[in-house]
Design a protein around this ligand. Sequence first.
Ligand code: PEP
Length: 268
Amino acid sequence: MASMTTTSAGRIPLIAGNWKLNLDHLQAIAFVQKLAWSLKDARLDFNEVEVAVFPPFTDLRSVQTLISADKLPLKFGAQDVSAHASGAYTGEIAAGFLKALDCDFVIIGHSERRTLHDETDAVVNAKTIAAVQSSLVPIICVGETAADLEEHGPSAVPVAQLTAALAGIASGSNVVVAYEPVWAIGSGQAATPEQAEQVAAALRAVVATALGDDAAAATRILYGGSVKSANIAGFMRQPNVDGALVGGASLDIEEFSSIVRFQKHVGV
Ligand code: PEP
């Protein structure tokens, strides 16, 4: 049986904390220090699970400096990126700027961006291209609304969104996919592990078509939507689920640390 710390396909699990619009740069420094201590105290083997935080843009330089100075085994990234490299785009942040801050990842197409900022599949695709061109790993978020679920079932909308996001991305590119049913985000009502697995398997097939079989085998597919320490184990038991994108619970150090240490409480 596969170890709970790597998936059956040998992918290293990724637990990613999306802070959204929370914690300024001073709070971020204190938070990241405490999180690192908590995980070190718990003797987490950072070779067996990747832990990444996604602070607001204005925190990134502070988080970069802290992680680099204290050699913390944490990764980090931004919550959004511009599709443009430079120019007259007031308020935008280029992928190259994030790379220059040592960001590993960038979240693209979160449902809050799609809904509150009218991000279309075309915009998500352009941002994904920009990220990959700057050697950032995009965490491409896809997911159906409650109405989509009723009308089309769980897979159709996420599959269409991911197909659009990956158009024009070179075969073999390194991407992460986050399946986040919109109805599960912040609602306290997570999908079942079986639902997540069904959609994750369909999304892996999309990656295979777009980027090739090897890339599909290597791609981490995360589940997101009301993940807690009490339900993470069920998701991590699924063969196509390789981690989690965590919103609310990522702001509670003990809870997030417990989610990261999912293998301690899987009971298998
Ligand atoms: C999210 O915003 O990506 C998310 C999954 O939020 P929550 O964990 O709070 O449902």
